[in-house]
Design a protein around this ligand. Structure first.
Ligand code: GLY
Length: 255
């Protein structure tokens, strides 16, 4: 597999990031940058080619690049983020992806965050959340169904994005938090549940047969390893205070 991983540096304004389900707590910017650097190093060590998007210090959530686009083999869909403060993030992402994919755009009144879009082969699950509405989902469907994808829309409760609640660990295994998503929607997959004390652990990042998990989730790590899947723990608790997880910090373009 070849893979390009787009990332964007931690902005000076991270402490003003959008928060939906978390209380605001102080963020140590130095520690957040160290954790982001470590995250990038791990991705680099897995053979992904890192590409840095232009820094946008005034855009508080701009490190969470996943939300700005959904990249498929045939096309990249540039989202229209649900939080108005995040909409200026997409222009530089469209510019970066333009040479790699043909582009399509979610347009008003549609809204969509990439964190709500879970791509499992030809199946694409999209969470209905305050960040992703039915108009956005129907626009997305019209773009990808002619390419052979099936789109399933499902409700998410209690967390920010669909991928806060469920992410793939390999082609047939999902890690999920059943408090936030209906496990029955994924009956065709082997499902591992997070430890109930580690609800945020469901946001894992699967790259090339390795699973990145938050270091703050040792119990869930044990469950995943017992299922035979290798885990790389990644310190990400400072970034998590801004309500961003491991998938949020990169935009992967796989070939
Ligand atoms: N702070 C991450 C988000 O709300 O998009």
């Amino acid at each position: 597999m070849t893979c390009i991983a787009f990332t964007r540096s931690v902005p000076q304004s991270l402490a003003q990031a959008e928060l939906t389900h978390l209380e605001r707590t102080p963020i140590d910017p130095v520690r957040a940058r160290q954790q982001h650097d470590q995250y990038r190093s791990v991705i680099d060590s897995l053979g992904c080619s890192l590409r840095e998007l232009p820094a946008t210090p005034e855009l508080a959530d701009s490190v969470f690049v996943e939300d700005t686009a959904v990249v498929l083999d045939e096309i990249a869909i540039i989202t229209r983020p649900g939080a108005e403060s995040r909409r200026p993030e997409t222009a530089s992402v469209a510019e970066a992806l333009g040479p790699l994919r043909s582009l399509a755009f979610i347009e008003a009144p549609g809204i969509m965050d990439g964190g709500d879009v879970l791509c499992l082969g030809q199946r694409i699950y999209i969470g209905r959340t305050p960040r992703t509405n039915v108009e956005g989902i129907e626009q997305f469907r019209a773009i990808v169904e002619p390419l052979g994808y099936a789109v399933y829309s499902l409700p998410v409760t209690g967390c920010l994005h669909l991928k806060s609640a469920v992410t793939p660990l390999d082609a047939s295994t999902l890690l999920l938090n059943p408090a936030w998503i209906d496990r029955n929607a994924f009956a065709d997959y082997r499902c591992i549940e997070v430890d109930p004390q580690e609800p945020f652990a469901a946001n894992a990042l699967w790259i090339d047969d390795q699973v990145l998990l938050p270091a703050a989730a040792p119990r869930t790590r044990e469950r995943v390893e017992q299922a035979g899947l290798p885990v790389i723990p990644v310190e990400a608790d400072e970034l998590a205070k801004a309500e961003g997880g491991l998938t949020c910090c990169s935009l992967l373009v796989r070939d």
